[in-house]
Design a protein around this ligand. Structure first.
Ligand code: C2E
Ligand code: C2E
Ligand code: C2E
Length: 88
């Protein structure tokens, strides 16, 4: 995969996501809710998503995947290891 893509597993903190203002987290919250619905996975405190989904989300947020993962770490939605996993 290309350089700016984080290699670590993407595990979203759903409780933290719910605490963020909707103008920031809205697109991510809707994406996570759609995945939960497709899986029938409603009871978790965290949600593992595809690395490919981070690239789709980066397009939605108009950021590189690496910058988006940094942003998600700053919001507390991803653990700090996600930032360290950057390859670039
Ligand atoms: P699908 O992509 O055709 O996957 C069918 C089933 O294969 C999934 O059913 C799941 O049991 C398994 N599967 C596919 N990829 C993985 C994987 O990387 N890890 C694991 N542990 N299992 C995998 P499931 O979970 O009921 O999902 C149904 C459909 O919902 C999926 O069909 C897909 O279209 C969508 N979906 C679910 N989770 C995600 C996700 O994280 N990202 C995306 N883009 N779509 C998802
Ligand atoms: P893990 O991947 O480190 O996940 C630890 C725990 O985080 C899981 O415990 C579960 O409570 C939660 N978790 C992580 N991702 C999700 C998610 O997308 N949805 C929900 N609802 N919860 C999530 P759990 O379920 O007892 O699983 C223990 C370990 O078993 C996992 O550790 C992983 O190593 C393995 N495992 C479970 N399901 C899968 C899977 O679909 N694919 C793979 N490869 N391993 C799995
Ligand atoms: P995981 O289940 O441990 O899967 C790790 C990686 O193995 C996935 O990374 C993907 O590259 C590959 N993989 C696993 N199962 C399949 C499959 O059925 N088809 C294909 N083409 N590849 C597969 P990825 O895609 O980044 O997903 C990361 C994690 O997100 C998965 O870890 C799993 O916890 C979750 N996930 C992704 N898609 C689904 C899904 O459709 N359903 C469920 N329940 N979980 C998913």
């Amino acid at each position: 995969p290309s350089g700016s893509e984080p290699a670590a597993k993407i595990v979203i903190n759903l409780e933290r996501l719910q605490q963020l203002p909707a103008d920031k987290a809205g697109p991510l919250a809707r994406y996570a809710a759609a995945i939960q619905s497709q899986r029938g996975d409603y009871n978790g405190k965290v949600l593992s998503i595809r690395n490919e989904d981070l690239r789709s989300l980066a397009i939605i947020y108009d950021m590189t995947p690496g910058d988006l993962s940094d942003q998600l770490v700053e919001w507390g939605v991803l653990p700090p290891e996600a930032r360290l996993a950057r390859e670039d």
